[in-house]
Design a protein around this ligand. Structure first.
Ligand code: ADP
Length: 352
């Protein structure tokens, strides 16, 4: 038996005011790290020579280090990446109208990012930033056993200034989606705070993903304050992030605590699926069965895509959850964080 999750009681005035001044132009507008993923084959010896831990992700802190490793890479395939950008790409693949805001540099990788995200049908016109550092890149070495070893240089993406956000686009998005990873650097944090104000003034919903336990250890007070101030309408977390946010080891207590402060709480639970709590009503979805889990990169990102697209279409929470589970299952059944099937058709067929 568990204590009933009390759920959100519409107590905060910020959550009651829903004045839609104009119809939305976009389903979802996201702000996140603008990263170009560069994938290349490598053998185990190369991974060992470079001192990397196979299967892990590590950050590179100097542009010189990033350039040197890039130079050693074999022929690569480049695709725009980043957590919120992956979510937005998923929503676009589902047929949603989307915009993305993120900082690239005025360099070739910046052009690759823009070209790729525009080609996915997503509006992206954040002005490129002149000078150093370069556009963010994630160098992904794929070994013959299929494992991915990632080295990320965050570069220009950490310098998104408040003045670069497109206020008109944010005001025109039914949902503003923010990536917790970008709360770390100072400039994007200020930009996201400004974006929340713009979205709220336009009567839009704000969705936030906690991204990572490390982010919560550094910015948990900020995140808790945003919730207490009624500034988050949809919160995404995985189990560990939820526990870290609520500073407890007790899952049920954490769900109750968080659900009391946000109108919609979504918690993903890896192979155990996900739950959502809306207005005191708790709904669960099982993980979608798949033949083999190949690569879990992007599971949470694509879950968010399915859920948000469902919400933007006015679907109920149970259906939105199911859409999240279907998108997540597709992404983890192959390598890479971009869908390989027609997501829209797949979801339509499965939902019946
Ligand atoms: P994150 O990637 O953000 O940590 P999760 O690991 O909770 O997120 O996964 C998000 C969703 O992806 C889950 O709700 C589930 O639908 C699906 N999923 C993730 N891992 C597995 C798995 N091992 N088996 C089946 N489904 C999974």
């Amino acid at each position: 038996a568990r204590a009933a999750a009390p759920g959100y009681r519409a107590a905060h005035p910020n959550h009651r005011r829903r004045v839609f001044l104009t119809p939305a132009t976009y389903d979802v507008v996201a702000i996140g790290n603008a990263i170009v993923d560069i994938l290349a084959q490598a053998d185990d010896a190369f991974i060992a020579e470079q001192g990397m831990t196979k299967g892990s992700m590590q950050l590179m802190f100097s542009p010189a280090e990033a350039d040197a490793l890039y130079a050693k890479m074999g022929p690569g395939r480049e695709v725009s990446g980043g957590s919120a950008a992956n979510t937005i790409a998923g929503i676009a693949a589902l047929g949603g109208k989307c915009g993305f805001i993120g900082q690239v540099a005025d360099d070739q990788l910046g052009q690759v990012f823009k070209h790729d995200i525009n080609a996915a049908g997503i509006r992206f016109d954040t002005p490129p930033r002149a000078g150093e550092p370069t556009t963010a890149r994630c160098l992904i070495f794929v070994t013959p056993d299929g494992q991915r070893t990632m080295n990320t240089f965050l570069g220009a993406s950490q310098f998104l200034p408040e003045h670069a956000i497109d206020r008109e686009m944010i005001a025109g998005g039914a949902i503003l989606y923010l990536e917790g990873y970008l709360w770390d650097p100072e400039e994007p944090r200020a930009a996201m705070r400004a974006a929340i104000d713009v979205a709220r003034a336009a009567g839009r919903r704000v969705a936030f993903t906690l991204s990572d336990v490390f982010c919560i250890s550094r910015h948990g007070d900020d995140f808790r304050q945003l919730m207490a101030d009624g500034l988050i309408d949809i919160l995404f977390a995985n189990e560990n992030e939820l526990l870290a946010l609520c500073q407890t080891e007790d899952f049920e207590a954490a769900v109750a605590q968080a659900a009391a402060q946000v109108p919609v709480l979504v918690v993903t639970r890896s192979e155990h699926g996900a739950i959502a709590v809306k207005d005191g009503e708790r709904v669960a979805v099982a993980a979608e069965p798949i033949a083999r889990v190949v690569d879990t990169t992007g599971a949470g990102d694509l879950f968010a895509a399915g859920f948000l697209h469902g919400q933007a279409q006015g679907r109920d929470v149970a259906t939105s959850l199911r859409m999240g589970a279907l998108c997540a299952a597709e992404i983890i059944s192959h390598y890479g964080a971009r869908p390989e099937v027609d997501l829209k058709a797949m979801v339509a067929a499965k939902l019946g």
